[in-house]
Design a protein. Structure first.
Length: 762
């Protein structure tokens, strides 16, 4: 925020404070106005009212700027206040307001103000309703009881003047009646949940109670047929408007931050007692028949609510057994979701399903307790239900998992709704006085004409949700590539298990070239699957399935066996290659793989220094001390260690200092960009200097062109590897390629280095 500037919210608050100051001043000078002369009272009252209305209107204008979503409703209230101010100006602009006959020309401004005020209440309280019969009956009972109470205590005493006042007093009587109706309207909106609860709406309800008092008092002063200045009335109207505008200018929460509660029986019983009292009172005024009619409607609604309650009680046991709703959130449950999805698929109707899972919900339960966790679930459920339209089902599947069923297969529209849900879920919650923020992951799928089972739809949405969770993507649409549990993927895993046992795995080797001598200094072993139908498959086609099916230990053992076998074969023909072998962290830490590897090297009489084990940086994250012990053990067996994909993982300098690492292998993502990205070039150059300072050799993989190779040589990289030099080769082609490469270098007179290993430069 820019220093020295005030936000519209702050301006609105400041103006409302000014409104209250003016209101307090009106009450302060009220005793003086009561005994002061008419001229004196008028000279004090007119400027006070002018300032008062100006601050009211300024507060509303600031609120309109601060809350653009409520521009229309706040605009209506602004018009209403303006009309009232205009009527007051017309009335007080006469030479002697106390002698002006009722109704004056300004009276029609007051009536118009009430009409616009009703429009404001309706528009500002507009919210999607989800009403049951019981809720409607309760609303009628509460509103009817309120109308009876207000009519009996406030309006009926004024009605006794009907016989003396004629049409003028009948017009004046409209004011307290309208006040009562508007107050009942607000209470009705609270009951049907179109507004927040009584606690949040009490200033609005109190303002209409004050309006009713002031207007009723105004009518009693019209017995002579002319206006009479009343400081009490002016102060009461000022207080009512201040309460009204204060409530209007208060920002509405964008999302529900409290679980709405059903009204208890006390209000219903109280309303019924008021209605019975009205029925029992003697008919003392012309309003009595109307109040009796309202009381009869109230008692009828109370009786209907009792019938509904008895019906619900009788069906409670059966409803509990066959419930399709969740006890905690009162949303539909998994059974309801399955029923509606099966029904729509059976009728070949469009359908989309979302599954939402809360991230970090367990932390809420563990930290604040399960009661707080239940409150979080209730709030999330209510926010989702309040956001979405009635034709969208929101359900709780169990735990912290929710489902949403949409009657469309428009993927774009569904993903838009998913983002809207994430937006309201991520809004802060206040639980036990603590503000917390909950995130979520959503998986989305749409039905296809071939879908026949609701469980399959749920499974697909769950797969997409899990993918969104592990990738932190928020919301993802189901894609077959996410599906780790389909029959096809399970089939691949079973075929791979059989393929390992049948010796279908092979190793291909990519040569590594010493940058200074251009001689071959090593080979990286890369596993391939010689599938009997599909042919040669790359690791990307089967390693994910191997990890999911728990085949990595078996696969790693087979890869080690193949590497040792190929090394032994090359040694028997006079080659001494250094082979780099990738080992996944779980196998490295298992305590089974390494002893087996050592035993195989010893049985084949292969020097351990001919083997390099490549490990990734994430091997050190979860169990750093255990990883340190493992790597120390590897070096004690004279096997070399290389950090693969350096720069993409943990990248802590402490393990380079403390661990027995001989080689760093810079990730290809940095190598491919050194000619285009100065930052990548700087990272590689600084890594070269660091590796050499620590006595390590640096390997650059992913070299695709001669320019990159030349730049790396100039930067001091020790070993080059990539398709520009050679693609991975099957074992039977390695020996031929090695001899051809050596012959080429000898033919162009490239000198060999005394540090080259092996008999043609390996």
């Amino acid at each position: 925020m820019t220093v020295g500037r005030r936000t519209p919210e702050a301006i609105a608050r400041a103006l409302m404070q000014a409104d209250w100051v003016v209101t307090v001043l009106l009450f302060t000078i009220c005793p003086f106005l009561i005994w002061a002369s008419s001229d004196t009272a008028q000279s004090l009252l007119t400027p006070a009212l002018t300032i008062f209305f100006i601050t009211l209107l300024a507060s509303l204008l600031a609120a309109i700027v601060a809350q653009p979503k409520r521009r229309n409703s706040l605009g209506l209230l602004t018009v209403s206040v303006t009309l009232w101010a205009a009527g007051s100006a017309v009335l007080n602009g006469t030479n002697n307001p106390d002698l002006t006959k009722f109704p004056s020309p300004g009276e029609w401004w007051f009536l118009a103000s009430y009409v616009v005020l009703a429009a404001y209440l309706i528009s500002d309280g507009a919210r999607k309703l989800n009403m049951t019969i019981a809720a409607w009956l309760e609303t009628i009972v509460i509103c009817g009881g309120t109308a009876c109470l207000a009519g009996t205590s406030l309006v009926t005493p004024v009605a006794s003047q009907f016989s003396r006042g004629g049409a003028a007093l009948l017009l004046a009587l409209l004011y307290p009646l309208i006040d009562v109706m508007l107050g009942v309207l607000v209470i009705a909106q609270v009951m049907v949940r179109a507004r927040n609860g009584i606690r949040a709406s009490w200033p609005l309800i109190l303002s209409f109670a004050v309006f009713t008092y002031a207007d009723a008092h105004f009518v009693t002063n019209l017995s002579s047929g002319v206006y009479k200045t009343s400081a009490i009335n002016d102060c009461a109207w000022g207080l009512a408007f201040t309460l009204l505008v204060t409530h209007a200018c208060r920002p509405k929460p964008e999302v529900v931050n409290a679980v709405p509660r059903r009204q208890g029986p006390a209000l219903l019983v109280g309303a019924g007692i008021v209605a019975l009292t009205v029925m029992a009172l003697p008919r003392s005024s012309s309003l009595s028949p109307y109040l009796v009619a309202i009381a009869l409607v109230t008692l009828a609604a109370a009786g209907g609510r009792l019938v509904v309650a008895l019906r619900d009680a009788n069906r409670a046991t059966e409803a509990f057994a066959l419930a399709r709703s969740d006890d905690l959130t009162h949303l539909p449950n998994r059974r309801a979701v399955l029923a509606i999805t099966e029904s729509r698929m059976a009728n070949n109707q469009p359908l989309a399903l979302m599954i939402l899972d809360l991230n970090g919900f367990k932390d809420v339960n563990d930290t604040l307790g399960h009661a707080a966790g239940d409150t979080v679930l209730q709030l999330i459920a209510h926010r989702m239900r309040d956001l979405l339209t009635d034709d969208i089902m929101v359900a709780r599947l169990g735990g912290d998992e929710f489902a949403t069923v949409l009657m469309t297969n428009d993927e774009i529209a569904v993903m838009t709704i998913a983002q809207d849900i994430l937006r309201v879920v991520r809004q802060p919650l206040t639980i036990e006085g603590i503000s917390i923020t909950i995130d979520a992951s959503i998986g989305v799928t749409v039905s296809a004409p071939t879908d026949t089972r609701s469980t399959e739809l749920l499974r697909r949405a769950d797969v997409a949700m899990y993918k969104a969770k592990i990738t932190r993507s928020g919301a993802l649409l189901y894609d077959a590539t996410y599906d780790h549990f389909s029959r096809e993927k399970l089939g691949i895993a079973e075929e791979l298990r059989k393929g390992i046992l049948d010796r279908q795995l092979v190793l291909w080797y990519q040569p590594q070239i010493a940058a200074g001598t251009q001689r071959i200094c090593g080979l990286e072993a890369l596993v391939r699957w010689k599938h009997p139908v599909e042919g040669i498959l790359s690791p990307a086609a089967f390693l994910p399935a191997a990890r999911r099916a728990g085949l990595m230990p078996l696969l790693s053992e087979e890869v080690a066996r193949l590497a040792v076998t190929d090394l032994a074969a090359w040694r028997s023909r006079g080659l001494e290659p250094r082979v780099a072998l990738n080992v996944a962290p779980p196998e490295l830490m298992s305590g089974v793989f390494l002893p087996s590897l050592y035993a195989q090297l010893e049985a084949a009489a292969i020097p351990p220094s001919n083997l390099v084990i490549e490990v990734t940086e994430d091997s050190f994250i979860n169990e750093p001390e255990r990883a340190r012990e493992i790597l120390m053990d590897i070096r004690e067996h004279d096997v070399q260690i290389s950090i693969d994909d350096y720069g993409t993982g943990f990248s802590s300098l402490s393990y380079l200092r403390d661990l027995p690492v001989q080689e760093l292998k810079v990730d290809r993502s940095f190598i491919t960009d050194i000619n285009r990205d100065p930052r990548s070039r700087m990272i590689v150059a600084s890594t070269v200097q660091m590796a050499h300072a620590l006595g390590m050799r640096l390997v650059a993989e992913g070299i695709e062109d001669a320019e990159t190779a030349a730049d790396l040589v100039a930067m001091g990289v020790d070993v080059l590897q990539g398709y520009h030099l050679s693609k991975p080769l099957p074992p039977e082609q390695v020996e031929t390629w090695v001899w051809q490469w050596a012959s080429y270098l000898d033919g162009i007179g490239f000198p060999a280095s005394s540090g080259d290993v092996g008999n043609p430069g390996i």
